[in-house]
Design a protein around this ligand. Structure first.
Ligand code: SF4
Length: 202
């Protein structure tokens, strides 16, 4: 942490910046079920597995008119791997995966609104990271914890395959390995959640 603070001071002094952003919840379905999550819903709790392109554009336009400069795409992790209804909805839109649909609607928002697209789509393969890079200016991933404690039986991430720390660390490394290509140089934000550990009394 001290080293990170020193690097930040060296590069940016004490300047704090922020980007006004509008959240675009493309889907609230998720293959995982973290015990603390207030975002993910079951198919019975949502009107449709995915927001339509028109609904997404409406949200983005409203954000742009309110002064936002960024559209933050937020969504559950690969819901089609858990819910048949999600896969069917994707197939009806001509896609085989949530990430494929995400690429379509992210490009649409970029072209129609001029907002900068930031994507938090959970665990992505190297190919998916590259695909997202073509339709966004940056991507984010929540590491949450480098310890497996939260994934153990009785923990809030028990049974959540995407929350295994090694899976997240491997994705961060994969994103870094793409950097040598100009096209794929990849601004990323990695968040570490203290709240989860603090609530667990650590
Ligand atoms: S992976 Fe994210 S969206 Fe899915 S249940 Fe966990 S916290 Fe919620």
């Amino acid at each position: 942490m001290h080293q990170a603070c020193a690097l930040r001071r060296e590069g940016h002094r004490e300047v704090i910046s922020f980007s006004p952003k509008v959240f675009v919840p493309v889907t609230r379905l998720c293959r995982d079920a973290c015990g603390y999550c207030t975002f993910a819903k079951s198919p019975r709790e949502v009107d449709s597995p995915f927001l339509s392109p028109d609904e997404i554009l409406d949200i983005a336009h409203e954000g742009a008119q309110a002064g936002c400069s960024e559209a933050l795409f937020t969504l559950g992790d690969h819901p089609e791997q858990r819910y048949r209804v999600a896969m069917t909805a994707l197939e009806e839109r001509g896609h085989k995966s949530t990430v494929g649909y995400l690429a379509e609607v992210a490009r649409l928002v970029q072209q129609k609104t001029g907002l900068l697209v930031h994507i938090n789509a959970g665990i992505l393969s190297a190919d998916e990271i590259g695909l997202m890079r073509r339709v966004s200016v940056s991507q984010g991933l929540m590491l949450e914890s480098a310890s497996t404690r939260l994934c153990q039986k009785g923990g809030p991430q028990y049974g959540c395959s995407s929350k295994q720390p090694h899976v997240r660390i491997e994705m961060i490394a994969a994103a870094g390995e793409q950097a040598p290509s100009d096209l794929l140089q990849l601004p990323r934000s990695v968040a570490v959640s203290h709240a989860v550990e603090e609530r667990a009394g650590r």
